[in-house]
Ligand binder design. Structure first.
Ligand SMILES: Cc1cc2nc3c(=O)[nH]c(=O)nc-3n(C[C@H](O)[C@H](O)[C@H](O)COP(=O)(O)OP(=O)(O)OC[C@H]3O[C@@H](n4cnc5c(N)ncnc54)[C@H](O)[C@@H]3O)c2cc1C
Length: 263
């Protein structure tokens, strides 16, 4: 591990003030520290968000679930308030990685990292969530812009994510048996504004399956998805699964998610 300066700011403003070209925000460290161990990152300064009061708060106000940036996956999974309002979100969190990863990894770290195989991006886009930063709010649909890429500016910190409570929702993933990352994961939500279907793991970034959404808006039933598939042209192909197999998995996971959501 390289040497670096360690900072533990007491507020978001103080953390933002410490950001420089070679500095890195540190949350749970579950993605950043392996990157540093592999010598793929060498930050001069680490800005640890763990000491900022209130940043890990989880609240439910009836129609909105709000999860602070440093809330761990384990705390989301264990929250009875989240489980009561959006059970699919608590269940998704309980299926991330292993117990060690869930105890350290955070909501903000996961969404800022934007791993194409991560689970939370599917929930954000599937539920039509809003990402809050120190300076603005961004709709989830506009937040994830590519492989490990987001709309965040260099001097921006994710502070929380707010999720509208859907009428029904479910997330089903075909997990890598070693890491539990999604080879393909599909989040389906029935909302007042229509059905949303978000796919992670299959492409370079989370995406919505609009043909599936249209079919499910007509009839919220797994059989509505018969014969509807995503094109494999732009999907990932690697040692875990070919693009064609991932396209097949999207249809299977989507049907299972609709069934799990009551359709
Ligand atoms: C073995 C293993 C298995 C895993 N399995 C899964 C899985 O099944 N599903 C899944 O979704 N994920 C999985 N993960 C990833 C895990 O969820 C991480 O917690 C997550 O990717 C990063 O969160 P973190 O809090 O650890 O962030 P860190 O590693 O601390 O940071 C990640 C990146 O985000 C930036 N960052 C962190 N917080 C903020 C913030 N608030 N604002 C702006 N930038 C920020 C950092 O600077 C860094 O670039 C796995 C990880 C491991 C090691």
């Amino acid at each position: 591990m390289y040497e670096f300066n360690y900072h533990r700011p007491g507020s978001v403003d103080e953390a933002v003030g410490l950001i420089s070209e070679d500095a890195k925000i540190l949350a749970g460290g579950q993605s950043l520290l392996p990157t540093m161990k592999l010598r793929l990152a060498q930050p001069s300064d680490m800005i640890d968000l763990a000491g900022i009061p209130g940043l890990s708060d989880i609240s439910v106000d009836g129609s909105t679930v709000t999860i602070g940036a440093t809330a761990t996956h384990a705390s989301v999974a264990a929250s009875s308030a989240v489980a009561g309002a959006i059970p699919a979100l608590a269940k998704l969190a309980s299926g991330i990685g292993d117990a060690q990863v869930r105890n350290m990894g955070t909501m903000g770290g996961s969404v800022a990292n934007a791993d194409p195989a991560a689970d939370y991006p599917a929930a954000l886009v599937g539920l039509g969530a809003t990402v809050h930063t120190n300076s603005r709010t961004v709709a989830a649909d506009d937040f994830f812009t590519g492989i490990f890429e987001t709309d965040l500016a260099e001097n921006e910190i994710v502070t929380k994510v707010s999720f509208p409570v859907p009428q029904a929702a479910a997330y089903v993933k075909f997990a890598n048996p070693a890491s539990r990352y999604a080879i393909v994961g599909v989040f389906v939500a029935k909302t007042a504004d229509g059905v949303r279907v978000a796919v992670t793991g299959a492409g370079g970034s989370v995406f919505r399956a609009s043909d599936m959404e249209a079919a499910l808006n007509g009839n919220f039933s797994a059989s509505s998805l018969d014969g509807i598939a995503v094109a494999s042209d732009d999907l990932n192909s690697d040692l875990h699964a070919s693009a064609d197999y991932r396209a097949h998995l999207v249809s299977v996971m989507a049907k299972r998610a609709v069934q799990a959501a009551g359709g």
